[in-house]
Structure formats: structure tokens, C-alpha cells
Ligand binder design. Sequence first.
Ligand SMILES: [Zn+2]
Length: 100
Amino acid sequence: MVDRILWDPMNDPKSRVLVENLRLCPVCGSLSTRHAAGCAMCGWHGAFDHTPCRVTAAFSGLLDRCPDLAEMIRMRRLIEARDAIRPSASAPAGPVDLDA
Ligand SMILES: [Zn+2]
């Protein structure tokens, strides 16, 4: 199961931006970016569902079905956190114990 802390758009500006840039196809339920011409799965070109709670639920479901994607996001967040506390962005990165 996906760590729900990763996906709380109300408390995380990056997650909120992600939700704002995704949409749901009303025909097949696929997620796509807001700027895509149409649904890549079924070809729908009409109105899409941009409701944040439904987009969030769909993305959370995607993460549940694709644990490797969830792990990639978790790792990215850990790296960003590490970089934020590193004294210098140009300093060589030492080994990071991500399980600590
Ligand atoms: Zn579709």
C-alpha cells in the first residue's frame, strides 16, 4: 500500500500542482495531463473531469497498482530532502542511508 503521506495535495504544494495538471477521462477513467490533446487510452476529446478529490483518488489507485512508481516518488522526495539540508549543492554527495 502506498504511503498516504506522499499524496496529500492539501498539505503538499507539489502534490497540489500535480493534481491540478492531471485529469480523468469520463469515458475510460484514465489519467492524463491537462495539456494532452485527448485521452491516450480511448481517444476521447470532450470535457474531462478535473475534480481534485477524484483525480487524487485515481492517482492513489495508480500508485497502489504500480508500487515501483510509488517507490520512485518516495526516493525522489528523500533525495530532495537530503539536498535541502546539504550545506552546499555543489558538495559531493556522500552515501545516504535511506533506511535510517
Ligand atoms: Zn479515455
